[in-house]
Design a protein around this ligand. Structure first.
Ligand code: GDG
Length: 500
């Protein structure tokens, strides 16, 4: 065994993502997802590669920084200002992100930015080619890296490569608003395994490849396209359920939680936590809360809505616009309803450590999670996990969050209908204990089954599986689809209503 090896005989894992989570030896990792990926790296040994978050002013710098932590090594690289603008602010977050979330009106396209996107994917591939060994498994994350496998193959890397898409995948007609959709999907199909959060996302991808990319279906999971076999899978991402609850309990008496409790008195708390992003439906949520206050005057002074919204991508105009709009809306609604001793909306444009967030979730009678579109939405799962099972709060959840496929015991709402969301808020606040417990138990059960560990282990197992194994599954369509080790509940809306 050398310094790299984790599981003896197992291939190393090479994780590639836009950003690499910082690690401090002996300290827990900041986010649940980062911790999940790092667990897999620690088990197998390997490396994690990505952008350092630094912009190298002047000429592009492709120099690598290396940080070793036991069997794992982190490699980071800087981006030049031009690459950051074209790749990150431009094609990834100005073109792709809105389209993946069905917001075609907010998407803009510039060929030079797409060239920058390809350039950064190629830069990553060149650096990785010098680090990857014969049987390493390469696991890329998210929409920043659609062209990575293509770039790696051009560098002569023949390893198994998979990409997990954290966002939704849109219907073909929506994707086709991106002028370079054909080139993009051809490059994406250089991965061996492509993972999605929900069956609806996988189906949308297959639809595109089969109808517009000349692909052929081989099995329910497997496609032949662009001369390659591509396995697709549904891997709903989860959370460490017990860790979330343990943190909520351990931090219950942190000053922030005590101060919040004291300020509320015996009033109810409705809580939301989101990156400040237009896909999260904050504007519509503020509108729904206003509707609730209009329709339920008896709740005024008795229910407070806490919105935590740390700024995100704030150098992109669409994000500056939503921030301005929310500031105006929060001010207007508070001006309309506030009293000397009560403010209906507490709108906080800052982030908090997880050790503060978890006890706050546990304080809230209602978790209001209403994105217009979301790959999964981990806040919904964290909210449920943080609850006291003896006296749990109620989750109000958008039908357009991937999490709604699993958490159908939440109060499911259409975030575009303020009246429906307002009614669900009242239902949640008035819900009897027995029903709250029943719903909470049902959601916890699903979340324990589809845990973060399971998400990671299933993806890595499928990535490691030799190609012949997967082709042994029954053909599709025709024979019944193979029963999968877990099943995502298909909500009626996945058939009846398009997701975008
Ligand atoms: C993408 C996809 C998919 C939020 N504020 C603070 C904070 N957070 C943490 C939450 C949660 C995470 O950030 C947000 O995860 P989400 O899933 O809700 O949303 P995205 O950031 O958009 O994530 C999404 C996800 O990837 C995973 O696949 O579910 O659909 O868009 O964990 O707790 N954490 C801290 N302070 C904050 O103020 N520490």
């Amino acid at each position: 065994m050398n310094a790299w090896s984790g599981i003896p005989g197992a291939s190393r894992l090479v994780v590639v993502s836009n950003r690499v989570a910082p690690i401090t030896e002996g300290q827990p990792m900041a986010g649940g997802l980062a911790a999940g990926v790092m667990d897999a790296l620690r088990q197998r040994g390997g490396l994690w590669f990505g952008w350092s978050g630094e912009i190298a002013e002047g000429a592009a710098s492709a120099s690598l920084r290396e940080q070793a932590a036991g069997p794992v090594t982190l490699f980071t690289t800087d981006l030049s200002r031009a690459d950051y603008d074209a790749f990150y602010r431009g094609f990834a977050n100005g073109t792709l992100w809105p389209v993946l979330h069905g917001q075609t009106g907010l998407s803009r396209f510039d060929r030079a930015e797409f060239a920058g996107y390809r350039r950064v994917n190629a830069q990553f591939a060149r650096s990785l080619a010098g680090l990857v060994r014969g049987n390493d498994l390469i696991w890329a994350h998210d929409y920043h890296l659609f062209c990575l496998a293509d770039a790696l193959r051009r560098e002569g890397v023949g390893n198994r490569m998979g990409l997990f898409l954290h966002t939704p995948f849109p219907a073909p007609q929506v994707l086709m608003t991106v002028p370079v959709h054909a080139e993009l999907i051809r490059a994406l199909c250089q991965f061996d395994v492509i993972g999605f959060q929900t069956e609806a996302d996988r189906t949308a991808f297959r639809d595109y490849v089969l109808r517009h990319g000349g692909g052929q279906p081989l099995t329910e999971d497997r496609l032949l396209a662009f001369g390659r076999l591509i396995d697709t899978g549904v891997y709903p991402i989860g959370v460490h359920v017990d860790e979330v609850r343990a943190q909520a309990i351990a931090s219950a008496n942190r000053p922030e939680a005590v101060a919040l409790r004291r300020s509320l008195g015996d009033g109810a708390l409705v809580m939301s936590v989101d990156r400040l992003d237009y896909s999260k439906g904050l504007r519509e949520r503020f509108g729904a809360y206003e509707r609730f206050l209009e329709q339920r005057p008896e709740r005024r002074g008795r229910a407070t809505f806490l919105q935590i919204a740390p700024p995100s991508r704030s150098d992109i105009e669409t994000y500056q616009a939503i921030r301005r709009e929310l500031e105006a809306e929060a001010g207007r609604i508070n001006g309309r309803f506030a009293e000397l001793d009560w403010m209906p909306i507490r709108y906080l444009n800052k982030g908090f450590p997880r050790s503060v967030l978890m006890p706050l979730y546990a304080e809230a009678q209602v978790g209001l999670v209403t994105p217009l579109r979301d790959g999964m939405n981990l806040v919904a799962k964290e909210y449920v996990a943080a609850q006291n099972p003896e006296n749990p709060g109620v989750l109000v959840l958008s039908q357009f969050a991937g999490a709604a496929c699993e958490l159908d015991a939440a109060l499911i709402v259409n975030p575009f209908d303020p009246a429906e969301t307002a009614e669900a808020l009242e239902t949640a606040l008035a819900m009897p204990l027995a029903e709250r417990r029943e719903r909470h138990t049902a959601m916890l059960q699903v979340m324990r089954r589809n845990s973060l560990d399971r998400w990671r282990d299933r993806f890595v197992a499928d990535l490691a599986a030799p190609a012949q194994t997967a082709s042994a599954t029954p053909s599709w369509p025709g024979s019944a689809p193979p029963s999968r080790p877990f099943s995502v509940t298909r909500m009626p809306w996945t058939e009846a209503k398009p997701n975008v």
